[in-house]
Design a protein around this ligand. Structure first.
Ligand code: HXC
Length: 260
């Protein structure tokens, strides 16, 4: 595939990790429409590629992404946003079946922070900066910055971030649960790919169902969530991977999942 704004490859010892690197460095990876549609396209092809078990999205040392493209948005009108369903393409990213990891170095601001929050796990380099500066532009976050962020860090911190536009360091982001781990910037991609490889070695069916169950916790009551989880747990006993995983344990060998 020939992409203009991203680089796409497979990585890991078994080449089972899909890697998407945002590659619009001159604009700090500002998320123009072209970039977002390329990311959606690459994600969809990894999601349907049986050899890929997990996907990593990253940027460069200076920026994961500095937000939606302000130069592209400046002349938008309400009518145009509604008619063209601005931000609709982003929805695909949050609906991925396979585990999606963000490796964030540098700025993850506005839509960049929202893109990271659409991923299942965020690892950050020690110099990363997160923020929702839309308020400073006279608007508000539009792709999860008031919703996913609040569910993740709680009301007071979300309000402070959204209302002040202040940036949050990687270390503070980890403390508030936005980020699951902070690593030295130059080791970030290696560490993230290592985790992705571990996940990619699991049963892909179990991964997808585990992801759906965790996401269900954010959408429903505890009672409904527990019921859904229990039935999904039961359902996995219909897979070959369950037979293989448990047999491998008893035979003291490594499981070889076939995703069936
Ligand atoms: C378009 C951007 C951009 C953006 C940076 N650039 N961010 N272009 N949209 N979001 C461009 C600059 O115009 C500049 O291009 C080049 O990238 C380098 O940026 P500088 O500002 O010169 O770099 P620096 O001084 O290091 O400052 C870094 C920064 C700053 C603090 C990250 O760039 C910044 O504040 N960016 C905007 C952050 C922001 O407000 N994001 C939210 C956007 S709204 P030129 O050609 O001038 O050299 C949003 C809504 C999402 O995301 C809604 C859902 C889709």
């Amino acid at each position: 595939e020939n992409y203009e704004f991203i680089k796409v490859s497979k990585t890991g010892e078994k080449q089972n990790v899909g890697l998407i690197q945002l590659n619009r460095p001159k604009a700090l990876n500002a998320l123009c429409n072209g970039l977002i549609s390329e990311v959606s396209e690459a994600l969809n092809s990894f999601d349907t590629d049986k050899s890929v078990g997990a996907i990593v999205i990253t940027g460069n040392e200076k920026a994961f992404a500095a937000g939606a493209d302000i130069k592209e948005m400046v002349t938008n009108t309400f009518a145009k946003c509604v008619a063209e369903d601005f931000i609709a393409a982003w929805q695909l990213i949050a609906n991925m079946k396979k585990p999606l990891l963000a490796a964030v170095n540098g700025y993850a601001l506005g839509g960049g922070c929202e893109l990271a929050m659409m991923c299942d796990i965020i690892y950050a380099g020690d110099k990363a900066k997160f923020g929702q500066p839309e308020i400073l532009l006279g608007v508000i976050p539009g792709a999860g910055g008031t919703q996913r962020l609040t569910r993740t860090v709680g009301k007071s911190k979300a309000m402070e971030i959204v209302l002040s536009g202040n940036q949050v360091t990687a270390q503070d982001a980890e403390k508030m649960g936005l980020v699951s781990k902070v690593v030295p910037a130059d080791q970030l991609l290696t560490e993230t790919v290592k985790l992705a490889e571990k996940i990619a070695g699991n049963s892909q069916i179990a991964n997808t169902i585990a992801k759906e169950c965790v996401n269900t916790a954010l959408e429903t009551t505890l009672k409904e969530g527990l019921h859904f989880e229990k039935r999904m747990f039961h359902a996995l006993f219909a897979t070959k991977d369950q037979k293989e995983g448990m047999a491998a344990f008893i035979e003291k060998r490594k499981a070889n999942f076939t995703n069936e």
